[in-house]
Design a protein around this ligand. Structure first.
Ligand code: ADP
Ligand code: ZN
Length: 242
């Protein structure tokens, strides 16, 4: 009798383990990871917010995570300040640690949208190691020429309360320096000035453009014309997910 009971327990445990492994594998197969690439000022942030809402996956922006740490004056913020304000990349180890920590939280279980990561080949390799093979990966390349990017960045302002983005040349707020949505004050990012923009573009062409080639070789890159109006860009983006 006792032997029979032990045998039955072992059987139930084995069945349970196999079923659990099957469920676990199924959920990781369905994990959707979207990487939004493009030069600074290509509209990644604006589009990322809308895509993540539509697909129901969290929007993870390494730039926003750094800015949050900068404004709170955390140790991480202090460490990355000089890189950001000079338009350079934050060292890979720092970004990768922060990113892996963020995507390990529960809300990222079914997938997430990355905005501003990976920005170098070592970052892309670290992400690949974290993800493994069982994912549905889409890499979107928002194309915008350098001269347009410069103007967009110099005119960009964002609300310090709700994060809404305006542009004093293209999409100005109704009242100068005041957010249309929440009446918060509009700020210009400390790295959004003519001097730093040139450096950010140089870094983009030297270090981030090769990441696009890295994913092109895997056949997962879709290119969208980022020079259109924000609404038209969003329409094109949504066609990729039908
Ligand atoms: P952009 O408008 O240039 O796309 P982000 O808001 O994405 O700006 O990033 C702002 C700054 O934060 C970058 O110029 C860089 O210094 C730092 N940063 C953000 N993401 C990364 C990353 N993946 N690797 C290294 N540095 C990063
Ligand atoms: Zn606002």
């Amino acid at each position: 009798m006792k032997v029979l009971l032990i045998g039955l327990c072992a059987f139930i445990t084995a069945v349970g383990t196999v079923a659990y492994a099957a469920i676990d594998q199924e959920s990781s197969v369905n994990k959707k990871v979207v990487i939004l690439m493009g030069p600074p000022g290509s509209g990644k942030g604006t589009q990322a917010k809308k895509i993540s809402e539509k697909l129901g996956i969290p929007h993870i922006s390494t730039g926003d995570l750094f800015r949050e740490n900068l404004s709170k004056g955390t140790p991480l913020g202090l460490k990355v300040k000089e890189y950001i304000e000079s338009g350079n990349l934050v060292p890979d180890e720092i970004v990768v640690d922060m990113l892996i920590d963020r995507v390990s939280s529960d809300d990222c279980r079914d997938g997430y949208l990355l905005d501003g990561f990976p920005r170098s080949i070592p970052q892309a390799e670290a992400l690949g190691k974290e993800l493994g093979d069982n994912i549905d990966l889409v890499v979107i390349n928002l194309e915008v020429p350098d001269d347009i990017v410069v103007k967009r960045i110099e005119g960009r302002m964002s609300c310090k309360d709700c994060g809404a983005i305006f542009n004093k040349y293209f999409t100005p707020p109704q009242k100068e320096n005041i957010c249309d949505n929440c009446s918060g004050e509009l700020n210009q990012r400390s790295d959004d000035n003519a001097k730093v923009v040139g450096e950010r573009l140089k870094v983009y062409h030297n270090q981030t453009a090769p990441v696009e080639k890295f994913y092109s070789a895997k056949g997962v890159v879709k290119t969208v014309d980022g020079q259109q109006s924000p609404g038209a860009v969003f329409n094109d983006l949504m066609k990729l997910f039908n």
